[in-house]
Design a protein around this ligand. Structure first.
Ligand SMILES: Cc1cc2nc3c(=O)[nH]c(=O)nc-3n(C[C@H](O)[C@H](O)[C@H](O)COP(=O)(O)OP(=O)(O)OC[C@H]3O[C@@H](n4cnc5c(N)ncnc54)[C@H](O)[C@@H]3O)c2cc1C
Length: 279
C-alpha cells in the first residue's frame, strides 16, 4: 500500500525542527520510522509534512553523570542495549532494550519514537517506571521535564502537545539495587528493582508492560514486600496482588485473563531472580 502525499522536511538543527513543527500543526516528526511508516501506508494518519529528525546530532547521544543517565531521543534500542555506561549504571534499561523485537528494529527504532508512539505493546515502560525516569520535552521557546509515569495516558496517547518533541529520557542511577525483567513477546512483561539491607528488603519497585493500555507500577504488590525478608509467603502474596491490580486489554495472542495470570507468574519469577542477586 502507498502512503498519501506529504512534504518532506530535513531540518539542519533542533531549533529549525521545532520552529517548523510549531508553524505546521499537522506535521509529524520521523525518527526510526518503524511505527510512522506503517501508519502512513495504512493511511491511519495523513500529515501535511514529515519532519526528519534522524540527522539531528543534538538528539543522538547517551551520556551520564554520577546521578543520571541521559538518553537522547534518537538513541536506538541497539545503542542503549550495547552501551557500557547503560549496562553498568542502569542494567534493567539495557536488558529491556536488548530483547525488543529483532535486530532490524533495534537498529532503527529509537527510545523517543517508542515513548511518543505509546503503542501498548512496548517494553520500555516497565524499565522506566521502576527507575522513575523522566522525559524532557521541548517546543519552540519552551522546555519541560515530566515523570515518565503519567506521560503515556492511554493507547497511542501521550502528554505531548502540538509542536512538542521528546528530546531526552533521564534515568536516575540507583546504586545497590538488583533487577530482573521477565517477558513473553507481545503479551506481558514485569520488571523488578530491589534493594536489601542485610536480609531485609528496603526498597522494591515492580512494573508491568506489554499488557496494555499503558505500563503500570504495581504498588500494592510492592507494599507487601517492603521491610520483609521476601520469604515465599510474601512473594506469593505480592504476585497475587500484582495480578489483581492490572487491567490488561486482550490481544489476538492472549485474552485479558491470560495476561493477568502471566503478570502474577512473572512477578514471582522476577522477584525470585532479583532476590537472588542479579545486578
Ligand atoms: C514489527 C514490530 C515489532 C516491534 N516489537 C517491539 C517490541 O517487542 N518491543 C518494543 O518495545 N517495541 C517494539 N516495536 C516498536 C519499536 O520499538 C519502535 O521503537 C517503535 O516502532 C517507534 O520508534 P521509531 O523510532 O521507529 O519511531 P517512528 O516510527 O519514527 O515514530 C513513532 C511516532 O513517534 C513520533 N516521534 C518520533 N520521535 C519523536 C520525538 N523525539 N518526539 C516526539 N514524537 C516523536 C512520530 O511522529 C510517530 O508518531 C516494534 C515495532 C514493529 C514495527
Amino acid at each position: 500500500m502507498y502512503p498519501p502525499k506529504f512534504g518532506y522536511v530535513i531540518p539542519d538543527s533542533l531549533d529549525e525542527a521545532l520552529e517548523f513543527l510549531e508553524k505546521n500543526e499537522d506535521a509529524r516528526p520521523l525518527a526510526g520510522g518503524y511505527s510512522l511508516i506503517p501508519m502512513l501506508k495504512l493511511r491511519l494518519i495523513r500529515p501535511s509534512y514529515i519532519v526528519e529528525l534522524r540527522r539531528l546530532n543534538d538528539l543522538h547521544y547517551i551520556k551520564s553523570d554520577d546521578k543520571t543517565l541521559y538518553l537522547g531521543a534518537l538513541a536506538t534500542h541497539n545503542e542503549i542495549a550495547t552501551d557500557q555506561k547503560v549496562k553498568k549504571s542502569v542494567p534493567v534499561v539495557s536488558a529491556v532494550s536488548s530483547v525488543i523485537a529483532d535486530p532490524q528494529i533495534r537498529n532503527m527504532g529509537t527510545i523517543g519514537g517508542e515513548l511518543a508512539q505509546a503503542d501498548p505493546v512496548t517494553d520500555h515502560p516497565a524499565s522506566l517506571l521502576v527507575t522513575e525516569a523522566k522525559v524532557k520535552i521541548k517546543s519552540k521557546g519552551n522546555e519541560r521535564i515530566v515523570p515518565f509515569e503519567g506521560f503515556q495516558k492511554d493507547i497511542y496517547t501521550t502528554d505531548l502537545k502540538t509542536g512538542e518533541l521528546i528530546v531526552e529520557v533521564q534515568v536516575p542511577i540507583l546504586k545497590g539495587y538488583t533487577y530482573s525483567y521477565k517477558r513473553m513477546e507481545d503479551t506481558a512483561a514485569v520488571a523488578v528493582l530491589l534493594r536489601k539491607e542485610g536480609e531485609v528488603i528496603k526498597d522494591v519497585r515492580i512494573a508491568a508492560s506489554l499488557i496494555g493500555p499503558v505500563g503500570t507500577r504495581l504498588r500494592e504488590a510492592e507494599k507487601v514486600l517492603m521491610d520483609s525478608k521476601g520469604d515465599s509467603k510474601s512473594i506469593e502474596e505480592a504476585s497475587k496482588k500484582a495480578m489483581e491490580s492490572v487491567n490488561p486489554i486482550p490481544s489476538p495472542r492472549a485474552s485479558a485473563e491470560y495476561k493477568k495470570k502471566l503478570v502474577g507468574v512473572y512477578t514471582k519469577r522476577a522477584l525470585l531472580e532479583a532476590m537472588g542477586g542479579k545486578q
